[in-house]
Design a protein around this ligand. Structure first.
Ligand code: SAH
Length: 399
């Protein structure tokens, strides 16, 4: 039995990429004569077929988006509905419960968890949800019911205010859809406690993707002077202080982030070691250099400088400049932890940038390790875009 869904048919040969593992369909791949895209509502569920009418699976459509359809299940029996969402959330939950002792993690990571267009971050019994496609937006109520069933949360907040929603013609809003949302989220990561604003924090409020890299950082900081640039609420810096750093300076341009760094330092009894500075990052690095102040470990974990392909040139310049300036304030055998969450900056390119910066300041570089996003952000092997986070740990010596 197949689900009784309207059919979306592809042009000849346009099934190959999907059969090879990809999950997205572009608008120029549709057989518009037989199944015109314009006949579909944004987000409508469909049965996807190749040019000869063979089923490829179920999915959903958005006639207004460049990615005009997404494959949801290769089994034509299962359309995306409440019961499939419950099933996939349970499968996602079982991975996270295997990975972590405590309920603080990314519960669902879009395509990589078979839930294209849906991200859910879990803060114990509080869930922050981000919907980025029309197909998921249509199922918003079912998503809430499914989450209530699988997690029994105290509150659910939709942080539907990301710019990527524009690509799908979706509006921007933030709404509590279940329970009463606390003003502050509470996070436990690698043994450290944090708070972050639920409604005005960055993205979903916390960057769980860096958990394993922050754990790797801890072995480099004992007795060291640490600089955490683009610190947000102190994810790296406070864990550095707790791992035995002598002093930690966190820099961020957001006053709210800086106030929260201070609160989080107190929360973990490292207030005496942590200084939080509200300053623009490049300006802060320029001042530190001008004052000839040095740090033994410098962490740069900026927002994505390359959000879209057209930003590549400008973004590359910014990464070059940032890495150079960060190295200029490193002590004699200092360690730079250089991150990028831009998908469009490939790992090799970041390595080249680090090499280029080390040549620029005439230092000998050793890459000690490189990290990626943690396992609660699985990579879909057919969708390169799901692998986006890079973190290089590099020691810089005199030549
Ligand atoms: N490193 C953080 C995540 C960074 S999010 C963590 O581990 O959680 C990006 C942060 O950079 C935000 O807090 C934002 O306020 C800050 N930011 C963005 N542009 C900035 C700039 N030009 N100078 C300083 N901070 C900036």
């Amino acid at each position: 039995m197949t689900a009784t869904l309207p059919i979306l048919r592809l042009l000849k040969h346009k099934d190959r990429r999907l059969r090879a593992g990809h999950m997205w369909i572009f608008s120029n791949e549709i057989d518009n004569r037989n199944t015109p895209l314009t006949a579909f509502e944004p987000g409508e569920a469909v049965l996807i077929q190749d040019a000869s009418g063979h089923n490829l699976g179920t999915g959903y459509v958005n006639p207004h988006a460049l990615i005009c359809a997404r494959l949801v299940s290769r089994n034509p029996k299962y359309p995306l509905d409440k019961s499939l969402i419950v099933h996939r959330l349970n499968v996602a939950l079982s991975l996270r419960e295997r990975l972590f002792d405590q309920p603080y993690y990314r519960l669902a990571f879009g395509d990589s968890d078979g839930l294209p267009g849906l991200v859910v971050d879990r803060f114990n019994d509080v869930l922050i949800v981000q919907i980025t496609t029309a197909g998921m937006e249509r199922l918003k109520d079912d998503i809430v019911i499914a989450l209530e069933k699988v997690i029994r949360p105290r509150a659910i907040l939709l942080r539907n205010d990301t710019s990527s929603r524009e690509l799908e013609g979706l509006d921007s809003y933030v709404a509590t859809v279940a329970g009463e949302m606390p003003e502050q989220l509470e996070i436990i990561e690698n043994g450290a406690h944090f708070t972050a604003s639920a409604t005005s924090g960055q993205k979903t409020g916390w960057f769980y993707d860096q958990r394993s890299n922050r754990a790797s950082m801890q072995k480099y900081v004992r007795g060291m002077r640490v600089l955490d640039v683009f610190s947000y609420v102190g994810g790296w810096g406070i864990q550095a202080a707790m791992a035995g750093a002598d002093s930690v300076t966190c820099v961020d341009s957001s006053a709210l982030a800086i106030d929260t760094v201070n609160a989080n330092a107190e929360l973990n009894h490292v207030g005496d070691k942590v200084i939080a500075v509200k300053e623009e990052a490049f300006e802060a690095l320029r001042q530190i250099r001008a004052e000839r102040e040095k740090f033994d470990v410098v962490i740069i974990d900026p927002p994505a400088f390359i959000k879209r392909k057209k930003d590549v040139n400008e973004g590359l310049k910014a990464y070059h400049r940032l890495n150079r300036m960060a190295m200029q304030v490193l002590s004699k055998d200092g360690i730079l932890i250089s991150c990028s969450c831009s998908y469009h900056l490939q790992q090799d390119k970041l390595r080249e940038i680090i090499l280029g910066a080390s040549r620029h300041i005439d230092r000998f570089a050793q890459i000690l390790e490189h990290g990626q996003q943690g396992p609660d952000h699985p990579v879909h092997p057919g969708i390169p875009e799901t692998e986006y986070l890079k973190a290089f740990f590099t020691r810089l010596l005199p030549n």
